[in-house]
Design a binder for this molecule. Sequence first.
Ligand code: AMP
Ligand code: MG
Length: 271
Amino acid sequence: MSFADLLRVTPGTTPDLEAIDPDGTPGFDGDKDAGHEALKPLRVELADFQERLWAESRESLLIVLQALDAGGKDGVIRKVVSAFNPQGTRVTGYGVPTEEELRHDYLWRIHANAPGHGRIGVFNRSHYEDVLVVRVNELVPESVWRQRYDQINDFEAHLAANGTRIVKFYLHISRDEQRRRFRKRLDNPEKNWKWSSGDLETRSKWDDFQSAYTDALARCSTDVAPWFIVPADRKWYRDLAVAGVLAETARDMNPRWPVIDEDLSAIVIPE
Ligand code: AMP
Ligand code: MG
């Protein structure tokens, strides 16, 4: 079975996050070295896809990355998204909304960064924060965030109907692995900058976040914008699985080199 088939959250079902092993490697039997080798041809394939997507300029691809702190979103951008030509790719990170953003609806800043035709957009965090951290930290009343699942599904369906292919990844790490990664951030001077004092507060609400993620994954995995749950304790597997799902998406989208009507062979280039 393909990575996409193994990792996709079937629309209408509720995933059991506790039953999914963050240390697992579904769909791949090899070790770390084999995983690194398997990633290489996928990166070549993704680069080729991106060039055809750009040349054809008919559809867009939107990649959503969500995870708890230290879940590996930045790693996926470095190791997988880097396969794409930066000229046609834009990564947008979403932090605490600015004053101006808070004066608009929560999808305003999201829609503004949706990729145009021929482009790839990558969201490092996304509108899902508005049903995750916003829900867990009670930043708006429940009656407000409850409505957002339907609103998000409508919004994503709207983008899809207008030529944007959407794939969403939840990078699933264990409590232990998050602890190890936090420790590295604290112990390694080159990683200190990644540490944020809020990370411990978020960690203390681990179970609330798991519930909030479960609802987001269950309610917002749709045919046009599926969620994929990627076991992410092993970085090499995480990268391989994300690249694998993207390559399958690329094959399915299959953008074509534009065919030029004119007889180009008849064009004479002056010396
Ligand atoms: P980082 O990704 O480490 O740079 O952190 C960004 C921070 O912004 C995280 O703590 C997120 O939870 C927070 N954040 C992102 N979107 C929202 C939002 N809509 N409302 C409140 N906090 C948010
Ligand atoms: Mg952080």
